[in-house]
Design a protein around this ligand. Structure first.
Ligand code: C2E
Ligand code: MG
Ligand code: MG
Ligand code: MG
Length: 296
């Protein structure tokens, strides 16, 4: 039975190949169509959009950054999250175009925010590992900053540990050039990659983001509490700011505050939403920490 075969192939490990499975063929053409649609969306600049999620500073209680998270409004499939299409762009060699679109949109949004009184607010943008495999990234960013007149110090680039792994020396060089342009850099999903400590000290970083898998059970799991505590201490020893990802409850928030975490991001404050919603939920000079702390 084809359904069963597909189901088993999922459950029985990655390297199992099933021949003559009509569902796989169907899936292949579905992916192919999605790839074509995504190329078109990028070419025509239609359907891609940015959602933003606030990052709150625990010392000042204010909105410190927005993380830009790409969405794709597909004509047939509706609103898609990145897990549905980033891998497609990566596998087919146009993730650089996608990330460039995101960076450009973020620059334009930053300019608008600045005019609306959000001075000093930063936008953090995710950068695929693959973009660190070519030397063109710093030059592209420089050109973008020039054409959009966007202040570099308002932009942060988030990279993941796995992104840095394949060629660490090249990655360090690229990140240094990007930082020299005035951008800040953060390491994303920290704790989920490999051998991070070995080169954490070599990377020109400003911020470390603790992966949400460590935050999830931090209130009840004693090992997770110790891990989070240790990550914060280590990051501070390296003069990095710490952001906790995936903060959903006031109990998690209280723990992180007590342990000296610098900033938090998560559904407790807001899911990723369109910029218009950020503007209405978080007006300039608003202090979201007070609202959450008072439970209203
Ligand atoms: P990320 O950079 O680690 O982004 C955080 C993800 O966690 C987002 O998922 C966000 O919606 C989710 N999240 C935030 N707070 C909470 C929470 O409290 N609870 C839970 N359960 N989840 C939370 P999203 O938007 O689906 O993005 C997934 C990933 O896709 C991102 O992970 C990032 O690695 C990648 N991504 C997003 N936008 C871009 C982009 O423009 N370029 C590239 N290359 N990758 C992107
Ligand atoms: Mg990120
Ligand atoms: Mg992350
Ligand atoms: Mg993630």
């Amino acid at each position: 039975h084809a359904d069963l075969a597909l189901y088993q192939s999922k459950g029985s490990g990655r390297n199992v190949v099933h021949f003559f499975n009509p569902h796989l063929k169907q899936k292949a053409s579905f992916e192919l169509q999605l790839e074509e649609d995504l190329r078109l969306a990028l070419q025509q600049d239609s359907g891609l959009l940015l959602y933003y999620q606030p990052i709150i500073d625990l010392r000042s209680g204010t909105l410190s950054k927005l993380e830009a998270l790409v969405r794709w409004h597909h004509p047939q499939h509706g609103l898609l999250t990145p897990d549905r299409f980033i891998a497609i762009a990566e596998a087919n060699g146009f993730i650089d175009l996608l990330d460039h679109w995101v960076l450009r949109s973020a620059c334009l949004d930053l300019n608008n925010l600045e005019h609306m009184g959000y001075s000093g607010l930063k936008i953090a943008v995710n950068c695929s590992a693959l973009n660190l495999g070519t030397d063109q990234l710093p030059g592209r960013i420089e050109q973008l900053l020039r054409s959009t007149h966007c202040p570099a110090h308002c932009l942060e680039l988030e990279v993941t540990e796995s992104a840095l792994l394949s060629n660490i020396n090249r990655a360090i060089g690229l990140l240094e050039s990007i930082r020299a342009l005035g951008l800040s850099l953060s390491i994303d999903d920290f704790g989920t990659g490999y051998s991070s400590l070995a080169y954490l000290r070599r990377l020109p970083l400003d911020t470390l983001k603790i992966d949400r898998s460590f935050i999830q059970d931090v209130v009840n799991s004693s090992p997770d509490r110790e891990i989070v505590h240790a990550i914060i201490a280590m990051a501070h020893a390296l003069h990095l700011k710490v952001v906790a990802e995936g903060v959903e409850t006031v109990e998690q928030l209280a723990f992180l505050q007590e342990r000296g975490c610098d900033q938090v991001q998560g559904y407790l404050f807001s899911k990723p939403v369109p910029l218009a919603e950020i503007i209405s939920l978080f007006p300039p000079h608003y202090r979201p920490l007070e609202r959450v702390a008072s439970g209203s």
